[in-house]
Design a protein around this ligand. Sequence first.
Ligand SMILES: [Zn+2]
Length: 353
Amino acid sequence: MVALFNNKTMFLSPILTAILCLCFVLAGAELQRFNHPVKPDGSLSVMVVGDWGRRGTRNQSQVALQMGIIGEKLNIDFVTSTGDNFYDNGLTGVDDPAFDESFSKIYTASSLQKQWYTVLGNHDYRGDVLAQLSPMLTKRDRRWFCQRSYIVNAEIAEFFFVDTTPFQDKYFTEEEGHTYDWRGVFPREEYLSNLLKDVDLALRESTAKWKIVIGHHTIRSAGHHGDTMELVTQLLPILQENNVDLYVNGHDHCLEHISSLNSPLQFLTSGGGSEAWRGNVKWWNPKEMQFYYDGQGFMTMKITETEVEIKFYDIFGNVLHKWTATKTLHSPIYVEKLVVEDLSYGEICNKMY
Ligand SMILES: [Zn+2]
């Protein structure tokens, strides 16, 4: 697909229910920007799933089935993967059958035949990273789109995909005993510093009503991995300075919503694409912890110019948590933040504490 972007504008063939128009232009920063149209009524519906590729096992197929049903109801515009796309060790190459077995043959519902904007997780870096970034994969399945860091501009919202794995120090030591494919990342300091500058500049120049940053690793999480301190110190200040509305991630195999006491920024974890129920949830300040579910599922975002509605679903299609934020037409600042519905909050609190 990347090769197809050589002409400034390209049109993807219709993927069943939508004609996706992806226009490639250079952003003000180094990050490439791809345009994705909104619906005719100006809204956008996005589905978010993370930590999934296990050849259908560990409830991946059940999550996929429910994604298809909910995707149909919401008429989603695209799917976003928060990374750890292929377990345990990414792909072996562009011909790896795991791509079909964990992606193409799993997410088969017609509502999911949309563009999949994906990022890489730490497990993806344990395999052939260049394979996941290759246009060859898009030839195998037209939905697939993966780059390290990039922007999807959908008019009312901009989505900033950030490659978070190279931030984490422990992957660069022997401590874990895994090998990582760092081609394109070394020299690491330069890679990270350029990436942070690019993200900062792109966010600063963005005029989108909603700024949504997507990465694999947590910034704030009560789950198994907890906070990623490298991102807390290096990326979080940039998100706060630039009035980012949502940070969306995977890595912890759960569904989770943490708010900030000192800013409107919300931390949303959608990492329930397959294996979950790790059972080691840490205590978190209840004033910030809006929702935690240790099991499988996924998240949706319904976005208009004045409102974002977040919903978390389990594998049965139950809405576990719903949250809405609104802005006035001409203000970049929240005027209202409201938890409208939280069907299982009591139950989850009981589990958690
Ligand atoms: Zn991970």
